[in-house]
Design a protein around this ligand. Sequence first.
Ligand code: SF4
Ligand code: SF4
Length: 389
Amino acid sequence: MTETTGIPVVLKTDNGVETPVREFLGQMLDSGAVDALIMPLKVPSGDSFAWILLNDAGMLDDAVPFPAVMPVQGARALRSLTRKEKGDLTVLALMRPCEIRAGIELSKLGQVNTDNLILATYDCPGAIPLQDYVNDPESSEASFKEMFTTGEPGENAKPACRTCVNFSAVDSDLHFGFLGISDEGMLVIPGSTRGAELLQKMDIQSETGDKLLPLWKSEVESILKKRTAARDIAFKKTESDIKGFSGMLNVFSNCIGCHNCQSACPICYCRLCYFGSEASRSNPEALMNQAIKRGGISLPPERIMFHTGRLAHMSLSCVSCGQCSDACPVSIPVADVFSFVAEQTQSTFEYKAGRNDGKPLPLRDFKKSELPGVHELVKDAEPGGASHE
Ligand code: SF4
Ligand code: SF4
């Protein structure tokens, strides 16, 4: 669990959890502690949410701090604001833990600048699958309310949320915590020096949360145990499902090659993906040669290559947010596969995507001493055995 930095404060939750957060954020704007906020707002049709950059505290009445769904991964909103430069304003972004973690990954890839961003997150019970919400917003809201009350994702949450082990206490500047203490209120926990300074600057008249903090930590630990067990079971199933080329072929047999999974992924940011480029198109002669060699090939040919290529490219940074599965029109469990493979690649490099612990992204900082077997392979594959050093 990420350590707290400084003393948490308590917000009273007699009027539910959203009102005190709106008031707290309004106070931040009014006091000048931050210049603007990024948070979700319900769209006029009422069946989804959109990210909004706001600096008028009056607009907070329409903002939804804890939305039931995540249509656009929040890290994409952070990227659109700061990709070119950090800007002059201090902006607080309130997002789910997986969105904050994806934002941190993108900052390591030079796609998000966090210098002037205050990253705030909360105990996330999970999200409702987007299609379920669009089909029936009312009962989806009811399911989400239930999830929020129990802190458990339940049957109606996205599959990725049911096995998420990063639902709380991830690296951030501020964390809204209510697990195990909801009768007493909600904690605003500083997770960085910047977060602690911000709370001091606001001079909030509130009791401190020292006594509640251990209760919150213990509930987070207890839910973490359950989620870890659920994740281990899910990983075992995925491992057996994708075994060998035939396993992958089976899992992705209905793939229509729409690339929605890639478009929805916060980590896939390349403007031109190889799999969308001219270079990826095979010529008829090469395809015919393969067909002759194997007796037959499926067309279009790059379906499995697209997924394995994407895995090789970004699984070190996958934050298991589940957006790829949510975006798939034929219900392929893309996130199950990517999360399972991500766990293998990240543990190989003793790396955890979404941590802000000073560790660089492994393949951006590859050293000869790491994975000597791979180094030898690369050397052998190059003309004259040239080194990559
Ligand atoms: S691959 Fe899927 S689960 Fe992983 S970060 Fe991308 S959208 Fe999220
Ligand atoms: S979203 Fe689904 S159908 Fe489309 S490319 Fe990805 S896995 Fe295939």
